[in-house]
Design a protein around this ligand. Sequence first.
Ligand code: FMN
Length: 333
Amino acid sequence: MGDFDTYTGSLRVPMPANPDIVDIIRYATLAANGHNAQPWQFRVGESTIDILPDLSRTTPVVDPDNHHLCVSLGCAAENLLIAASASGRPGQLETDAGGERVRYSFSRAEARPHPLLTAIPRRQSTRAEYDGRSVPAADIESLRQSAETPGVRLVLLTDRARINQVRDLVVAGNDAQMADAAFMAELKRWLRFNPRSAMVSGDGLFSAASGNPVLPEFLGDLAFDTFFTASAENDKYARQIDSSAGIAIFLAEREDKAHWIAVGRACQRFALAATASGLKHAFINQPVEIARLRPELAALIGERGMRPDIVMRFGYGPTLPFSPRRPVNTVLV
Ligand SMILES: Cc1cc2nc3c(=O)[nH]c(=O)nc-3n(C[C@H](O)[C@H](O)[C@H](O)COP(=O)(O)O)c2cc1C
């Protein structure tokens, strides 16, 4: 089934003292991304790094309009910007008009420490129960400020009544997804039940990274079909949300690819700032993935008529095993 010690070291190593472009791209690939499909490619020019969608890595059932794909590109772009600025390549990100490419244009300067750099390899989606503690108001305010991005709204919920309403939408969304054979078949293709499978593919949802047991591949399939039931998953989501300090919901001011990329940048920065202040986070996107639930979520957070893009819970919790990444040479074009 593979060796856990070798596994956990993969790609999560700190930046070397004199990072080169490959180190910067490695940091970009540590970004959050839907189903850990890593739907990105990087093209390096003289003073540019382009981030391009890898359309062979889409997840058409859960993400029919490539919304999550664009958000994932935005998450990678934000990591790239932070890692490049910190390594003496300050620059700007620009998304082309159709949202098909994000370009980082940089110059050379002194390396400058960036407060979020060390959070990049430590950030993880932590799908565990948290400890129920609330987050001080001043820390919530800094999280809000860290995520400020033109074209993106952030709604932060810390009151239990509204958190409970979002929880009910997550459960309703999970019910709908688990009753959908196409959703389940797509999800299963991205599951990795042990360190060897996770290392061989370098992608997908590694069971231990979701707090689930490590199993040989044939048993993993069987266990998934037997024990992965809607009621067990719903109970788990309810406990996880009840144990969280709050919920962050990101909404793009326009429904287009460039704005979805901006949402990715905002939510990655939020996740890094949370990591830097000792908080954990996890995505609970069911109410945005099931389209009919979006209006209810938008109304609940006072944003009627808008499409909510990302739902994330946060709080104080344990560290779980990290999810895998593919080697940098496989994402260069
Ligand atoms: C657009 C987007 C949608 C996501 N949706 C979910 C989700 O609904 N449920 C979940 O558990 N994780 C979700 N994730 C988290 C990814 O599964 C996670 O980022 C990926 O597996 C890599 O793991 P890491 O974040 O720990 O590095 C999402 C991430 C992104 C960027």
